[in-house]
Design a protein around this ligand. Structure first.
Ligand code: ADP
Length: 437
């Protein structure tokens, strides 16, 4: 590189010296020096012209065959160009592979701009959501899928779980839509056909509901006969024990069936719970009176009412949920312990909690407590008449009210079960008083 520049400078010096010598011999010097400089400049301009022409018509003509510095510049341009071509080809190839693989995906994929406009979608998204290219590109997705729950989901900030909707173009399908934010405000909307799972789920729910319903009548008959037998003085004394066991088992089965039916009813309720005005403080006072009348209760059952406000919701469902939590507190707290119910509201929501200083729950069980039939200690739960469905019922009842259940517990120390309700469900005490008047 350095030698090339030395050579170029030597060449310039040679031309100037030749001009100087010619000037000295034939004179005038300045004219010969000027002629030599012009000659050099003309030669460089000629090279520049050939380079420029080649750069403009690169695809049609070969690079000019220039030596020295010019040859080196041309060589570098050729190398740069080849490298660019190589990267371009790789990018194009990668892009094609990406498009081919996303097109082959069994799920629909839609790329959305920060304003939720459609930037791109694959074939499956077009099929599932009835999108058309190119007319739908650039349209806002919430103008095409107008289901209110989808619009709420899209403008919310919780995308951890997919949303199940029935697409406008295929009312027979169920789609799970999930938003995956990425980059600067962009997002991917994934659409998966979950029709089969939803049908299986519906079949499961129907089966459980029907089976429970069918078992109810024979069980009522059996329980009836067992009651008669228990009261019959002519029955041999030796049968008293077995009949008592049979009655308690029949009672357990009745509880399980009642809970299964209640759960099926909650699961099959579409949308939100009704909005009846509920006098929650009154309901809790009643529950406290009933609990105090139980013989198996712990020493103290305390009720703390921090607000006189009530709730808009389904009385039956909330009473069942709150009672389940209270009964659990009673069941899992020894007789010298305490169960405390609390009802309060703040700027963010309305809350009901049941805390106890009973046996508590080991941390690893807490996330699974609301699963059907999940018990920490199956033996203890059965012994206390538990069906293992109570907390599943609580979870569903709260969900229907837009709420959720929080569980805090320490093994051996006690537990706190808190129901959270959104402020939209709050029934202010003043409104309740007017309604009652
Ligand atoms: P169960 O009818 O068995 O009580 P639940 O669904 O109501 O069923 O509760 C599930 C499990 O959670 C129970 O079996 C019990 O192990 C545990 N559990 C619920 N409430 C409490 C509580 N207050 N203290 C300790 N454990 C509890």
């Amino acid at each position: 590189m350095a030698s090339m520049w030395t050579f170029a400078l030597a060449r310039l010096a040679g031309i100037l010296i030749a001009g100087l010598c010619a000037g000295l011999l034939i004179g005038p010097i300045w004219l010969w020096l000027l002629a030599a400089a012009c000659l050099y400049l003309g030669w460089q301009l000629g090279n520049l012209y050939r380079l420029d022409r080649w750069l403009r018509l690169r695809s049609q003509i070969d690079p000019p065959n220039l030596g020295g510095i010019w040859g080196d510049v041309i060589g570098q341009v050729v190398r740069l160009h080849r490298r660019k071509q190589f990267h371009k080809q790789r990018l194009v190839q990668l892009y094609r592979e990406l498009r081919r693989s996303t097109a082959a995906l069994p799920d629909g994929v839609i790329i959305l701009s920060p304003q939720h406009e459609i930037v791109w979608f694959n074939r499956q998204a077009a099929r599932l959501l009835g999108l058309k290219r190119p007319v739908d590109i650039g349209l806002r997705i919430d103008n095409l899928i107008r289901a209110p729950e989808f619009v709420r989901y899209l403008h919310g900030d919780d995308f951890a779980m997919p949303l199940i909707i029935r697409p406008p173009v295929h009312a027979e399908l169920y789609l799970a839509l999930q938003l995956v934010p990425y980059g600067a405000g962009q997002s991917l909307l994934l659409a998966r056909d979950v029709t089969r799972q939803m049908r299986l789920e519906a079949m499961r729910k129907d089966f459980v509901a029907n089976a429970s319903h069918e078992l109810r009548t024979p069980l009522t008959v059996i329980s009836g006969y067992l009651d008669v037998l228990a009261d019959d003085p002519s029955i041999d004394e030796a049968w008293a024990g077995p009949i008592r066991d049979m009655r308690s088992q029949a009672q357990r089965m009745n509880t399980i069936i009642a809970d299964l039916l209640e759960l099926s009813r909650l699961e099959s309720t579409d949308g939100e719970a009704v909005r009846e005005p509920i006098d929650v403080p009154g309901m809790l006072e009643r529950m406290q009176r009933d609990a105090l009348a139980r013989t198996d209760r712990p020493r103290q059952i305390v009720l703390e009412l921090d607000t006189e406000d009530g709730l808009f919701g389904s009385t039956q469902e909330l009473e069942s949920a709150f009672t389940n939590l209270l009964v659990n507190g009673i069941k899992y707290t020894p007789s010298e312990g305490m169960v405390r119910m609390r009802w309060w509201a703040d700027d963010e929501g309305v809350y009901f909690s049941v805390s106890d200083n009973g046996i508590g729950i080991p941390a690893e069980h807490i996330p699974r407590l609301t699963e059907r039939f999940y018990r920490v200690d199956a033996g203890r739960s059965r012994e206390r008449g538990g069906s293992g469905l109570g907390l599943a019922i609580v979870k569903h009842a709260l969900q229907l009210h837009g709420g959720w259940l929080d569980v805090q517990s320490t093994e051996g120390k006690g537990s706190v079960f808190t129901c959270h309700f959104p402020l939209q469900r709050l029934l202010p005490a003043s409104v309740r008083a007017v309604a009652r008047a």
